[in-house]
Design a protein around this ligand. Structure first.
Ligand code: CIR
Length: 292
């Protein structure tokens, strides 16, 4: 059996599922996929390679899936179709219809990698893991919004309850509409057990107060950088507590994290993350996070 278990957001990343963009991204119709004006598949592929290099440099093992031209352009965003608990992987059901085939690809990859399957979501339930945040090892928050619905949240809660895990659902706003991508992780990136980067105006109020009650310090990312990047300035991947990878070009956000003791690495991602609406956390599905 392969190593797995990830009921944390910033503990040392050891093993991660990623899918290298290729033929499907090159063939993608930007209008159909809701990709923005800076989309350029060849540049996106090159920017992804640099991101993968940074992940590997952190000492993380990458379990690879390849894009052989199945048409699933968004499947490089491996954060969303599944998540991994200490008891196995949960295979989700996507809210974005163009992504419905992706969870089956994750299930195949987990089977190859020796990760057991804890359960699968069924229609009409939808949950995308970009909406899921562990606030501690026994509490999973899910943002109910354009991608994740109550049926999906109930199904995840039923799968996790036997393992002593509580699931809390909090409402997200519609913001830029049903076609755009606003996940719970679009408004927060946990950076350490006691620290998170946030865009408070779009946070569910109950979630904001829960983090405050838990004594988690919130860094408020500069509003103008959030607006300029459609939120990709704060989609930051911790490879270990206070060691993070972010999209280049947002000096105010970077400085705010450095002021709290974070070490920040950046990569150019205008054609990849900004255009395709997903940042470094979205490009990775942690399989194992474990402290030394
Ligand atoms: N967790 C994330 O925020 N994932 C980003 C997914 C972007 C992708 N274009 C989507 O719309 O699903």
């Amino acid at each position: 059996m392969g190593a797995f278990g990830s009921q944390a957001m910033s503990t040392q990343l050891r093993r991660v599922l990623m899918r290298r963009p290729g033929k499907s991204l090159k063939a993608a119709d930007p209008k159909a996929w809701h990709y923005g004006p800076t989309f350029d598949a060849d540049r996106a592929i090159a920017q992804y390679a640099e991101f993968a290099r940074l992940v590997e440099k952190s000492g993380t093992e990458i379990v690879w899936m390849e894009d052989d031209g199945d048409g699933l352009a968004d499947s490089m965003f491996t954060q969303d179709p599944s998540f991994v608990t200490d008891h196995g992987a949960v295979i989700l059901r996507m809210g974005k219809k163009l992504r419905l085939a992706e969870p089956a690809l994750h299930e195949e990859a987990y089977t190859r990698a020796g990760v057991p399957i804890l359960g699968r979501l069924e229609a009409p339930g939808t949950v995308e893991s970009g909406d899921c945040v562990w606030v501690d090892a026994k509490t999973l928050v899910i943002g109910r919004g354009v991608r994740s619905n109550q049926s999906g949240i109930d199904q995840v809660a039923a799968l996790l309850a036997p393992h002593g895990i509580t699931v809390l659902g909090f409402d997200l706003p519609l913001w830029q509409g049903a076609e755009a991508c606003l996940h719970l992780m679009s408004v927060i990136s946990p950076l350490a057990d006691d620290l998170a980067l946030v865009h408070a105006p779009l946070m569910p109020a109950a979630f904001y107060f829960l983090l405050q009650d838990k004594g988690i310090k919130l860094i408020h990312a500069p509003e103008e950088e959030f607006a300029e990047s459609s939120g990709l300035n704060l989609n930051v991947l911790p490879t270990s507590p206070r060691n993070v990878i972010m999209v280049a070009g947002f000096p105010g956000t970077k400085a705010a994290m450095e002021a709290e003791g974070c070490t920040v690495e950046t990569f150019e991602a205008d054609a990849l993350c900004i255009a395709c609406e997903g940042g470094p956390t979205c490009l990775t599905r942690p399989i194992l996070r474990r402290a030394a």
